[in-house]
Write a protein that binds this ligand. Structure first.
Ligand code: SF4
Length: 472
């Protein structure tokens, strides 16, 4: 009974924390190279940020800088090899940001572990090499699992300057002493789906209009700029599916995983039963992006790299199989963003924090919401579709075999896409008022399940399939 009371009070305490969603679309959805937002995009941003800082601080250094040293901790150390973390930090220190990362750069860097590179700080050449990036301890006392410490060293091996970075999921980074940047405040503040639905009722706005109002207020960008960015993201996702469908061969790493998206796509053309053809295509679209991601291709974090195949699959099917117009697709995409915001705000979206439920589960929920909204259903139906998709991913662990975002990740994207479609079908088939589980409850359950989940199931490759498959 004592335990139940404690749980109840913890739950009450959490319910009383009120802070509105203030994340921007530009922060949640980023273009960058795969295979992992927390292990590739985040570390790359950290490397790039450190380089810029060193350039700023150069006049303050009393000794001549000589080389960079990077230490990876936690899940970055456990699975960084398979996720290309070292190449990503190196690319950042070489002056590449994720959005502008040239195709194939990370692969090239990874293929040349003994190569030494030079980066200029002012007119001082600084040495860089993969050999200066160290896989440190998996168990540590830093406040975040995915921690990396980047140091600028002098010739004697003394640190002139260093920063402790945290890759907190979805490509977001923070550092020791980090303070949330000051943005504008949302004009329609909400913390939960319930709040959001109240704001919609009060204002008479649609879900996508409300999101656009808030985005304008938070970022200070015009509607045109925001819509342009959304269209760019949509086109990046469509191109990712197309690229993936057209490629064949074996993915990088030791697992010998063959690309399958193109095979499925061709097979779909031979199927006469409509629903078999549609579902096989949906699987193919999801795997196309997931395979691109595994190969270090540029994807959009929806909401992460590992889960980046789910939403583009639905998007592609909406455009080319369901023939939904571009405007409705974009409006649906904004509904998906709302679900991503809520999941990130009230739980987490990183496999290293809450397991795969936070990646594929959230991606599936976002996709279900996108389709439901784009098909013209109300916000109530949209929330229920997202809830159904998330509910049936609760407890899903993150156990990438060998640390590669391939098994189970690629097929998991396909299953997440099909579940999203099914969640849409289930949600629109019932009176939304009779739906018993709220999206807020499902997100809360995901957060709690993630906090209780054993660390070995959170992107360390120390449990689940990552162990049983390797041991067989
Ligand atoms: S198992 Fe899921 S959470 Fe883990 S790396 Fe793969 S897609 Fe991401």
């Amino acid at each position: 009974m004592a335990t139940l009371n404690t749980l109840f009070h913890e739950h009450k305490k959490r319910s009383l924390i009120v802070s509105p969603v203030e994340t921007s679309i530009f922060d949640l959805l980023k273009c960058g190279p795969g295979p992992s937002s927390s292990h590739t995009i985040g570390p790359m941003k950290a490397g790039y940020d450190f380089l810029c800082l060193c350039r700023e601080k150069l006049p303050e250094f009393t000794q001549k800088p000589d080389h960079f040293l990077v230490r990876l901790y936690g899940s970055l150390s456990a699975t960084g090899k398979g996720h290309g973390t070292c190449s990503a930090v190196l690319a950042g220190l070489l002056g590449h940001s994720p959005e502008k990362c040239p195709a194939g750069l990370l692969k090239n860097l990874g293929n040349n572990p003994d190569e030494h590179y030079t980066q200029l700080l002012g007119d001082i050449p600084i040495t860089l090499s993969l050999r200066n990036i160290i896989y440190d301890t998996v168990v540590h006392d830093f406040p975040y699992n995915n921690t990396l410490v980047i140091s600028l060293m002098d010739m004697k091996g003394e640190a002139l300057f260093e920063r402790e970075y945290y890759s907190v999921g979805g490509g977001f980074i923070q550092w020791k002493g980090w303070k949330a940047p000051e943005f504008g405040k949302p004009v329609h503040p909400y913390q939960s789906m319930k709040d959001l639905q109240n704001r919609l009722e009060e204002t008479g706005l649609t879900l996508h209009e409300l999101l656009l109002d808030n985005e304008t207020a938070i970022t200070g960008k015009s509607r045109v700029e925001i819509l342009q960015y959304l269209d760019e993201l949509i086109e990046t996702m469509i191109m990712g599916v197309k690229r993936g469908l057209s490629k064949e061969g074996v993915l990088p790493g030791t697992l010998n995983v063959h690309r399958k998206a193109g095979v499925l796509y061709e097979r779909a053309k031979t199927l006469n039963i409509f629903h078999e053809r549609f579902l096989t295509n949906l699987n193919a679209y999801a795997m196309a992006t997931a395979e691109e991601n595994a190969d270090g291709g540029v994807i959009v974090t929806t909401p992460t790299c590992g889960a980046s195949g789910v939403l583009p699959a639905l998007l592609y099917a909406m455009r080319y199989d369901m023939h939904i117009g571009d405007r409705a697709v974009r409006e649906g995409f904004l509904a998906a963003v709302a679900i991503g915001f809520l999941a990130k705000h009230n739980a987490a979206i990183a496999g290293a924090e809450v397991g795969c439920q936070g990646e594929i589960g959230v991606a599936s929920a976002m996709s279900a919401a996108m389709l439901t909204h784009a098909r013209g259903f109300s916000a109530e139906y949209t929330a229920n579709a997202a809830e159904v998709a998330l509910e049936h991913h609760l407890g899903l662990t993150c156990d990438p075999v060998g640390g590669y975002v391939q098994i189970p990740c690629i097929e998991r994207n396909a299953v997440g896409a099909v579940k999203a479609y099914n969640a849409f079908l289930l949600a629109i088939s019932e009176d939304p008022k009779s739906h018993r589980v709220s999206l807020d409850s499902a997100i809360e359950a995901m957060g709690e399940t993630g906090r209780e989940m054993n660390a070995k199931f959170k992107e360390t490759s120390l449990g689940g399939l990552a162990v049983s498959m390797v041991n067989c």
